[in-house]
Design a binder for this molecule. Structure first.
Ligand code: COA
Length: 161
């Protein structure tokens, strides 16, 4: 991508554009997300956003807020965060992740942010490591229909965000 300057902006996910999110996720991720996933996304408010590159939808983040498994606080779980391949390395992923960081700074009840990535997803691992995430666990047979089936859990504390 070269030449004219570009704009990347975030927008809400609503019943009017949820089909764009479905299409986007079907292209970006090897995992199929069902209608329940998308109903849940619409209930998560600011934890889900679409990214527009010069007004065209190219990326999205979908998170949910949940109780920490090992403590009293809350964690943000990133269900999906992705950008169409031709538009990568232009800062869209950063903008989506910074949005989640901003919510965590504002809420103060969120202790950590975590997600699963397929163990061979070097791009995503490099991306999250740049933002202070660390591999904390490996879950064998996490994915049912894709190979490799193992996932890393990546996590970072919200302190210092
Ligand atoms: N190799 C090494 N580092 C990478 C990288 C890659 N392929 N992609 C991103 N990074 C790191 C770099 O440090 C980069 O900064 P730089 O471009 O100045 O060097 C930084 O992350 C920020 O990159 P950015 O342009 O904001 O990210 P992006 O828009 O390309 O999105 C992903 C990154 C991971 C979201 C994108 O590759 C993607 O959609 N992958 C498929 C979906 C996925 O696997 N999501 C993760 C699981 S939820």
């Amino acid at each position: 991508m070269s030449g004219a300057p570009f704009r990347v902006e975030l927008g809400d996910i609503t019943p009017h554009n949820i089909k764009q999110l479905k299409k986007l996720n079907s292209v970006i991720f090897p995992v199929f997300y069902n209608d329940k996933f998308y109903r849940n996304v619409l209930e998560q408010g600011e934890f889900s956003k679409l990214a527009y590159f010069n007004d065209v939808v190219v990326g999205a983040v979908c998170c949910r807020l949940e109780n920490c498994p090992n403590g009293p606080g809350k964690q943000v779980y990133i269900m999906t965060l992705g950008c169409l391949a031709p538009y990568r390395r232009l800062g869209t992923g950063t903008l989506l992740l910074e949005h989640i960081f901003k919510i965590c700074r504002q809420r103060k009840d969120v202790d950590s942010i975590c997600l699963h990535v397929q163990i061979n997803n070097e791009e995503a691992i490099a991306f999250y490591q740049k933002f202070g995430f660390e591999i904390t666990e490996t879950e064998e047979a996490y994915y049912k229909r894709i190979e490799p089936a193992s996932a890393y859990v990546l996590r970072r504390d919200t302190t210092g965000l």
